[in-house]
Design a protein around this ligand. Structure first.
Ligand code: CA
Length: 238
């Protein structure tokens, strides 16, 4: 049996929140419900949960704003966040990712699907085993420490979400290969997780931005996928 995790559910639709909490509890976890964005944010900051389920449309403070504020705080920058969005809010889903959510799911969802996504995200949040001796990967200007979940560019720490970090490491570990979006989804999201290729593109765009001068080390192979190399692609600025 896996360890019990503290999961904060910030969702103002009471039926959904309670149904999710009930099922998480049955799965051995310890859920807490908040129906208000501002209160949810305070709860997450007061006691950092192992995972946050965050609705987009909330009274008080929107889920996107809650996400943004949690990401801006070092104590909660890495907390896994799974956003819940209404079906019609396709745009919000992508905005949700660019504010640093690790994953999202549209309502209405099947409970089994939600629980699988929660477990996948919790698994991803687990640090790598200590014994492989290859915790630190370096490529070009970028270093990533898989034990600490920390990345840096030229020694300067950068702040990545969990999903971004895993994607970066996957790319750094295969500099000779172009990884398709499907490869990246399989490696980073885990088996059986369905996300669109566009989700990967949004994550990659965010990683590039955060890498700053090393952003161009990630190359786009149109129609194929992504490759990370030791040298940044030439940029004509002098
Ligand atoms: Ca709502």
């Amino acid at each position: 049996m896996q360890p019990s995790r503290r999961i904060l559910i910030v969702e103002d639709e009471r039926d959904i929140a309670e149904m999710v909490a009930y099922n998480l509890e049955r799965g051995g976890h310890t859920p807490t419900i908040s129906s208000d964005g501002q209160q949810g944010l305070q709860l997450a900051l007061a006691e950092v949960p192992d995972l946050l389920l965050l609705d987009v449309m909330l009274p008080g403070l929107s889920g996107l704003e809650v996400c943004r504020q949690l990401r801006a705080n070092p104590a909660t920058a890495q907390v896994p966040i799974l956003m819940l969005t209404a079906r019609a809010e396709e745009a919000d889903e992508l905005v949700g990712l660019s504010v640093g959510a690790d994953d999202y799911i549209t309502k209405p969802f099947r409970m089994k699907v939600l629980l699988a996504r929660v477990e996948a995200l919790l698994r991803r949040a687990q640090p790598m085993p200590e014994d492989d001796g290859s915790a630190i990967v370096t490529l070009g200007l970028v270093s990533a420490d898989q034990h600490l979940h920390a990345a840096s560019v030229q020694g300067q720490p950068i702040r990545l979400t969990l999903t971004e970090f895993k994607l970066l490491v996957a790319l750094m570990q295969s500099p000779k290969r172009v990884l398709s979006r499907a490869d990246l989804i399989a490696q980073v999201m885990g088996p059986g997780i369905i996300v669109t290729a566009r989700t990967i593109d949004v994550h990659i765009a965010s990683i590039r931005k955060k890498l700053g001068p090393a952003g161009n080390q990630i190359r786009t192979h149109r129609g194929v996928g992504y490759q990370m190399t030791a040298e940044a692609e030439a940029v004509q600025v002098e």
